[in-house]
Design a binder for this molecule. Structure first.
Ligand SMILES: Cc1ncc(COP(=O)(O)O)c(C=O)c1O
Length: 385
């Protein structure tokens, strides 16, 4: 799977592979044909410029998708920016999809694609996985919403405890909600306002704002700037440091959740934080999120210090899909297959990186369990941010 910056969908057309995927870098919707940066100033006069190559590939891309082009034009009237989420604004036009099956996606023009986008990290199960389909089909006939708990919620919470190590859980609908809950919860528990959310200078912030920091939230393995693993001991040191200042540690495992392994980055690194936020892949494609906490943390939810509420929290459809995802899809056998596929992806990415590296361009291949990517992100540079 690739993250939103590096998302790319491979064309299956034999004659011309697509150069641009489902969600390339967002561009202003009013300027869909902006000229691309050239980037190759030392090019011999006989070779086409990067801008020419991109323009040609965009032409081929649009030509192959007349129905997408028509829908995109219509959508500019009815949908803000012509899309349903601003990340979908893409160049030269969003691809309008018809359906997905397994690892493939099909657009409204009948083109098929290998799904390397993965719905921003959701589609670990692939499209139409029989276990997810059965769970959702079964639940849809029994009722889609009650705003009361169902048995599946208990099964899911226990399964998450066994994978991630935290004893108590609540549910929400998106990664945004889960991480917002984590921040609100840390503030409610400590009675402090400040939350650290960047790497670097943590010690200094804690010393400069004594008694004011509620906690810190971070991706334990960064996936939004290339795949960047923490230095050995970094997360454990962070936890000790925050606890020494009576502040809490929250892991944003929205992306890493099931993709960094069956127990996410938490199990992989062996550091259990006070709070874990999960979303994306855990619902097998259905919108769901989970917030886990220690007994000490979750007692503040139980006693109402922090009211963690939401109409759709623990929705039965979402719980049924999540139960199926955890018990029937993200199994030890599945991770064996994932490992083999990732190794192939890494091998291919390394081969792709070689020409760029020969030109001294910073092409780096990142990997962790179900995710591999190739990008320009460099660990040293990220550390300076
Ligand atoms: C690390 C991380 N946290 C939180 C979110 C927000 O999740 P959602 O889009 O489900 O609200 C994202 C979304 O990409 C993410 O990558």
């Amino acid at each position: 799977m690739a993250d939103k910056q590096a998302a790319h969908v491979e064309s299956t057309a034999t004659e011309v592979p697509a150069a641009i995927g489902l969600a390339t870098r967002p561009v202003a919707p009013d300027h869909p044909s902006q000229p691309a940066p050239t980037g190759d100033t030392e090019r011999p006069a006989s070779r086409p410029s990067l801008a020419d190559i991109i323009a040609e590939q965009e032409r081929i891309f649009i030509e192959r998708q007349p129905e997408s082009a028509r829908l995109a034009a219509d959508a500019r009237q009815a949908l803000a920016g012509g899309v349903t989420s601003s990340w979908q604004i893409s160049r030269p036009q969003p691809v309008w999809l018809s359906h997905g099956s397994g690892s493939k996606l099909y657009d409204v023009d009948g083109n098929d694609y290998v799904d390397m986008h993965g719905g921003y990290g959701v589609s670990l199960a692939g499209h139409g996985h029989p276990a997810i389909v059965a769970a959702v089909q079964n639940q849809v006939t029994r009722g889609t919403h009650f705003a009361q708990p169902t048995r599946d919620a208990l099964t899911v919470a226990r399964e998450l405890t066994s994978r991630f190590g935290l004893p108590q859980w609540r549910f929400a609908n998106s990664g945004t909600e889960a991480t917002m809950d984590a921040v609100h919860l840390m503030r409610a528990i400590t009675g402090r306002d400040l939350v650290i959310k960047v790497e670097g200078w943590v010690d200094r912030v804690l010393r400069e704002y004594p008694g004011q920091v509620a906690g810190m939230i971070l991706e334990p393995i960064m996936m939004n700037a290339g795949i960047i693993l923490p230095d050995p001991g970094y997360l454990a040191g962070l936890k000790d440091l925050l606890h020494a200042h009576d502040a809490l540690l929250a892991f944003d495992e929205v992306k890493t959740g099931l993709t960094a392994g069956p127990g996410g980055a938490t199990r992989l690194t062996g550091v259990t934080p006070d709070i874990i936020c999960l979303a994306k892949a855990i619902g097998g494609g259905i919108s769901v999120a989970a917030i886990g906490g220690s007994h000490q943390v979750m007692q503040h939810v139980a006693n109402g210090d922090y009211e963690m509420v939401g109409t759709f929290n623990g929705n039965p459809m979402a719980m049924a899909a999540t139960r199926a995802m955890l018990q029937e899809v993200a199994t030890p056998e599945a991770y064996q297959r994932i490992d083999a596929l990732r190794e192939r992806a890494v091998e291919g990415s390394r081969a792709l990186a070689v020409p760029a590296q020969r030109r001294r361009l910073p092409a780096a291949v990142g990997q962790v369990r179900a995710v591999a990517d190739i990008g320009a992100a460099r660990r040293e540079r990220y550390r300076q941010i």
